[in-house]
Ligand binder design. Structure first.
Ligand SMILES: NC(=O)c1ccc[n+]([C@@H]2O[C@H](COP(=O)([O-])OP(=O)(O)OC[C@H]3O[C@@H](n4cnc5c(N)ncnc54)[C@H](O)[C@@H]3O)[C@@H](O)[C@H]2O)c1
Length: 384
């Protein structure tokens, strides 16, 4: 089978996870990468074993061998680069959040639809096998009527005032930092599982430091812990460290989530529970192979990921036998597995399981509503 040739833009934390996920398919070749300048591009290409290195992504987009491009740059570059990828006639896999606000994301939805190209946002947590099992349980009515979704997405990597990332700068990350970065994953998960969308929110946000200190030189995400506290300079913080959000869904369910980047000890505490009239389910990203099912009148159960035990349509997302754990990376791997079936045939299928730009736009609209609600201190409709 002819290999699909791919380029990746941005190779900090998540870019190499895309590279690895692409290579695990076997029928895809990562032909090129683009970085912030030629020197970085060449050293990253050398480290990752990628043949072509571009110091300007626009030059990579002129490479006729490349069919699809992954945008793994900071948030402020998602809109302009995604536009350029689609305008170059290449399929586009974008990191989340899709854009800086819902005006930009709406534009991208229009452009993607007009182009007829495959367009993907990497809401990777959708693709753990037990998550897909949970979605199918809800779809088949095994939870009964769905009443409530609740959970957290809490981390501690910005707990100290010296912790720094481009994510704190609204010019690079957007008006919302914490909710936009990780609340978007939580809402995407709840909506995907229940096949519905958020209609209204009420939110409280909190900024624990008005002033933080940053290193004089840019650092890659999550590298802050390795730095020594020297050569820091002070800056005003504009974005939230924490957001508490209540929501209503179109299916009649209520929801609530706490998102935080300052919760000591919680490294990547993405959890949810969904309460139905027959049973509840719960999942914790840090134990990604387990789905808890709660009952009123019989002992509770834990499903341990096993391709022979998950519902049939979820089996393609479990690659190893029961008892052989699959973790964080399996999400992007499975996103790639699904998206490239469409990239191979040249166009998106109707309502794919992977998130498209229209789903990325939904997250941007929720994020805008969360920020407006926190400012105005009242329930706010999500305007899609
Ligand atoms: N889906 C997920 O689970 C997940 C996880 C982490 C990050 N992300 C998203 O991925 C994006 C990148 O995050 P990260 O943590 O990898 O950040 P990072 O800072 O570690 O990496 C960003 C990379 O982009 C490069 N870059 C910057 N400007 C560029 C340009 N003009 N051209 C080419 N490359 C450029 C940087 O040099 C760096 O290598 C963010 O939007 C983030 O929200 C998603």
């Amino acid at each position: 089978m002819k290999k699909v040739k791919v380029g990746v833009i941005g190779t900090g934390f998540i870019g190499p996870i895309h590279v690895e996920s692409l290579r695990r398919q076997g029928n895809i070749e990562v032909l090129a990468l683009a970085e912030v300048n030629k020197e970085t591009a060449e050293s990253k290409a050398d480290a990752l074993g990628i043949p072509r290195a571009y110091g300007n992504y626009k030059d990579m987009l002129k490479d006729d061998d490349i069919v699809a491009v992954h945008n793994c740059t900071p948030n402020n570059l998602h809109y302009p680069i995604n536009c350029d990828i689609l305008n170059a006639g290449k399929h586009c896999v974008s990191e989340k959040p899709l854009a800086m606000d819902s005006k930009q994301s709406k534009d991208l939805v229009r452009l993607a639809e007009k182009s007829g190209l495959v367009n993907v946002v990497n809401f990777n947590y959708r693709f753990n096998a037990v998550i897909q099992h949970a979605r199918l349980m809800i779809k088949k009515g095994m939870l009964g009527e769905i009443w409530n979704a609740r959970g957290t997405y809490v981390q501690d990597w910005l707990i100290y005032p010296t912790d720094y990332s481009w994510r704190i700068d609204p010019k690079q990350a957007g008006e919302s930092r914490c909710f936009g970065d990780i609340g978007s994953h939580w809402c995407d998960m709840a909506q995907m599982l229940m096949d519905t969308h958020v209609t209204e929110v009420i939110a409280e946000t909190m900024k624990v430091y008005n002033t933080r200190k940053r290193p004089r030189h840019e650092v890659e995400a999550f590298a802050g812990k390795k730095l020594k506290p020297k050569d820091y300079k002070s800056y005003q913080v504009k974005t939230e460290d924490l957001a508490v959000v209540m929501m209503r869904f179109a299916n009649g369910a209520t929801g609530s989530t706490t998102t935080s980047q300052i919760s000591a000890g919680f490294k990547n505490g993405f959890t949810f529970a969904i309460d139905g009239s027959k049973c509840s389910i719960a999942w914790d990203q840090q134990r990604p192979n387990e789905l808890w099912v709660g009952h009123r009148d019989q002992p509770n159960e834990t499903l341990l990921k096993d391709p022979s035990l998950v519902l049939p349509e979820a089996q393609e997302f479990a690659h190893y036998p029961g008892g052989h754990p699959e973790g964080y990376d399996v999400g992007t791997r499975n996103m790639v597995q699904l998206a490239y079936k469409d990239i191979r045939r040249g166009r998106p299928r109707k309502n794919p399981l992977y998130a498209q730009f229209k789903d990325g736009h939904v997250e941007m609209a929720i994020c805008d509503a969360v920020m407006a609600s926190a400012r105005n201190r009242r329930w706010t409709k999500v305007r899609y």
